[in-house]
Design a protein. Structure first.
Length: 328
C-alpha cells in the first residue's frame, strides 16, 4: 500500500474513533439523564409542589415583623370558628361572609364588653354558584381555630397584612395545640429581626441533595426528610413570645370589637351626559369653540401656530402700495 494511502486511512480511523468516543460519552450522559427523569416521576412532582412558593410568599403585601403587626392591630384574638354565612351586600355590590368565633381569648385589646364570642365580617364567600375570594387572604371554615391580628377597621381585609397576621392552631396526636401560618407551614418561632419564621429547612435540604451539578441522584434519605412533617411551635410558647411585644405595642383604646368595615361612600357616576353638561357644550359651540376643542383640539386660528413655527406675515394692502407709487 502506498505511503499516502496508509496515512489517509490512519487519519480516518483516528477521527472515527474520536467521534465514537464522543458519541458514547454523550449517550451515557443522556442515558443517566433519562434514568433520573424516569425514577419516581410522581415523587419529583410532589417534591416540586412542596418546594414551590407558598401562597403567602406569592402575595404583593409588604412583609412585616411582629412589632409592626402588633402596632397596627387593635386586637389580637384566639378563637374557634363556630359558623360562617355568606350573603350579598350593597354599596358596592359584593359578597360578604359573617364569621362567628367562640371560645375567644384576647392577647391584646380586650374591651370592657368583650365576651367569649366574636363576630367578624370579611369580604368574599360563596352564594349559590358565585364565589368571590380576595387574593392571598385566609378563608375561615367551621371548626378551625385561629390566632388573628385584627385592624381596628379595614377597607380591604380585617387581618393585618392579609394572611401575615393569621395563624392556624391545630392539635397534634398528643392534643398539644401547635401554630401554623396561613399557608399551612409550621411556625418555628421568631428570628433575630422578629419576623415569624416558618419551618421549611427540611424540604430545602432535601432539594439541595436531590440534584447536584454533575451527577444527579435521588436519595432515599432526602425523600424521607422532605416528606417528614416538621414540628410546629406549641401555642403556649408562641403566645409567650408575643406577649411582651404586644404589651409594648400601640394602644388603640378599643371600646368595641376590632375588624370593623370602614364606611365607604360609593357614588354612581352616569356615563350619559347630564342636561347641564349638554347646555354648557351648546353655549360653547355658539361662542365658536366647543368644549372638546378647548381641551387642546382647537383649530390653528384659535390655538395659535405650532411651537417653533415661523409666524406668517400679513399680506400688504394693494391700494396702499399703489398710492405710495403715485406719490400720494
Amino acid at each position: 500500500m502506498p505511503q499516502g494511502d496508509a496515512l489517509r486511512m490512519s487519519r480516518r480511523r483516528f477521527f472515527v474513533t474520536l467521534a465514537e468516543n464522543s458519541a458514547g460519552r454523550r449517550g451515557a450522559r443522556s442515558h443517566n439523564r433519562g434514568r433520573l427523569c424516569s425514577i419516581g416521576g410522581g415523587l419529583l412532582w410532589a417534591l416540586a409542589a412542596l418546594i414551590g412558593p407558598s401562597p403567602a410568599e406569592a402575595g404583593s403585601v409588604v412583609a412585616m415583623n411582629v412589632p409592626t403587626m402588633a402596632d397596627l392591630a387593635g386586637q389580637v384574638i384566639v378563637g374557634t370558628v363556630a359558623s360562617s354565612q355568606s350573603g350579598w351586600a350593597d354599596n358596592p355590590r359584593r359578597i360578604e361572609t359573617v364569621v362567628l368565633f367562640r371560645d375567644v381569648e384576647y392577647l391584646k385589646g380586650r374591651h370592657r364588653d368583650a365576651t367569649g364570642e366574636f363576630t367578624l365580617i370579611v369580604p368574599g364567600g360563596r352564594v349559590a354558584s358565585t364565589h368571590m375570594r380576595l387574593c392571598c387572604a385566609p378563608e375561615f371554615r367551621a371548626g378551625e381555630r385561629w390566632l388573628l391580628f385584627l385592624l381596628p377597621e379595614y377597607k380591604t381585609f380585617p387581618v393585618v397584612g392579609l394572611s401575615q397576621g393569621a395563624f392556624r392552631i391545630c392539635a397534634d396526636e398528643a392534643g398539644v395545640p401547635r401554630v401554623y401560618d396561613a399557608a399551612g407551614s409550621p411556625v418555628a418561632g421568631l428570628d433575630a429581626e422578629q419576623f415569624v419564621r416558618a419551618e421549611r429547612r427540611a424540604i430545602e435540604g432535601a432539594h439541595r441533595r436531590l440534584v447536584s451539578a454533575e451527577n444527579a441522584r435521588l436519595k432515599g434519605a432526602a425523600v424521607a426528610e422532605a416528606l417528614a412533617a416538621p414540628t410546629a411551635m406549641p401555642l403556649g410558647e408562641f403566645a409567650g413570645a408575643l406577649r411582651p411585644i404586644l404589651a409594648a405595642s400601640r394602644d388603640h383604646g378599643m371600646t368595641e370589637p376590632a375588624g370593623r368595615p370602614a364606611a365607604v361612600n360609593v357614588r354612581a357616576t352616569s356615563l350619559i351626559r347630564s342636561e347641564a353638561e349638554a347646555g354648557r357644550d351648546a353655549r360653547s359651540r355658539s361662542a365658536g369653540v366647543s368644549g372638546t376643542l378647548r381641551r387642546g383640539l382647537m383649530p390653528e386660528e384659535v390655538r395659535g401656530p405650532p411651537r417653533g413655527a415661523v409666524p406668517k406675515k400679513a399680506p400688504k394692502d394693494a391700494g396702499s402700495d399703489r398710492g405710495r407709487r403715485d406719490g400720494k
